[in-house]
Design a protein around this ligand. Structure first.
Ligand SMILES: Nc1ncnc2c1ncn2[C@@H]1O[C@H](COP(=O)(O)OP(=O)(O)O)[C@@H](O)[C@H]1O
Ligand SMILES: [Mg+2]
Length: 255
């Protein structure tokens, strides 16, 4: 099992990148995948054609609140980690042929649920064993790194936009990840769809992280997102999709 986390400033194209990575892996026969939307804005679901409400599923935050807060502490005999784990299985996990989907949800950011944090970590570790890849879409800020729901990841992809600030974002993200002890194998930088192509080399030299290439700007992706259509259904000659394929191959994923 490999965990791939995508981070970056707001609007750089993180969620669409995660959706396109999912498409690449699925079409290369590398399923089953677990997609985790850790962004309270919850854009990823629509981009992969998932409607949690319609499917009667709940976000992890909702499940945490109903397990630990509304129902009070522990129920005799059942450890909290098992309760949350079975709840995630039964009412959090959206399942489909090639991928399953989980949303962390909004309430997560509102309070500090230390015990649930530990329980959730345990539950997630047990849950993620069933997949070949776990793809995590992150919120724009870096606070989620501090919460460490994922303490061990394989690859981090930081998506750059056209601003100087996104270089700072990379440095800060790398520092925080190290400070809070997140273990990772690779920290990659990726040019977002608005990133000037010719800055790739500069980015790599300045930041000293491997630059995997740029996500192509693509009207069709934008149209799909605006129309709420699944990016998994983009045609296989779509430019953004092909660019993400190249990016993954540069990171030694064979898709
Ligand atoms: N490759 C692309 N080409 C053109 N527009 C894109 C592309 N990727 C994303 N967009 C547009 O940019 C906006 C932000 O993308 P999104 O993936 O939601 O970013 P983030 O998750 O970083 O906030 C969306 O409205 C989407 O339509
Ligand atoms: Mg997003």
């Amino acid at each position: 099992m490999k965990t791939l986390v995508t981070i970056g400033r707001g609007g750089t194209g993180k969620s669409s990148f995660v959706a396109l990575m999912a498409k690449c892996l699925i079409e290369a026969g590398q399923a089953p995948l677990l997609l985790v939307d850790a962004d309270p804005d919850q854009n990823l679901a629509e981009m992969v054609g998932v409607d949690l409400k319609e499917a009667g599923k709940h976000t992890i935050s909702e499940l945490l609140v109903s397990t630990f807060i509304e129902q009070g502490g522990t129920t005799v005999g059942i450890p909290p980690s098992e309760r949350i784990e079975s709840k995630i299985w039964s009412s959090g996990l959206f399942e489909s042929d090639h991928f399953d989907f989980l949303a962390v949800g909004t309430k997560w950011v509102e309070g500090c649920y230390c015990m649930p944090n530990a329980a959730l970590k345990g539950a997630l570790e047990a849950l993620t064993k069933n997949y070949k890849y776990v793809l995590i879409d992150s919120p724009a800020g870096l606070e989620h790194l501090n919460r460490r729901i994922t303490s061990k990841v394989n690859d981090i992809f930081d998506i750059l936009d056209h601003s100087k600030k996104s270089f700072d974002h990379v440095r800060r993200a790398y520092r925080i990840a190290q400070e809070v002890g997140i273990q990772f194998d690779n920290f990659y930088i990726v040019g977002g769809y608005r990133f000037p192509e010719q800055l790739g080399d500069t980015a790599e030299k300045t930041l000293k992280f491997k630059y995997l290439g740029k996500i192509a700007f693509d009207e069709e992706v934008d149209d799909y997102v605006l129309a709420g259509k699944s990016l998994l259904n983009l045609p296989s000659d779509n430019a953004a999709y092909l660019s993400v394929k190249k990016i993954l191959n540069n990171a030694a994923y064979f898709v």
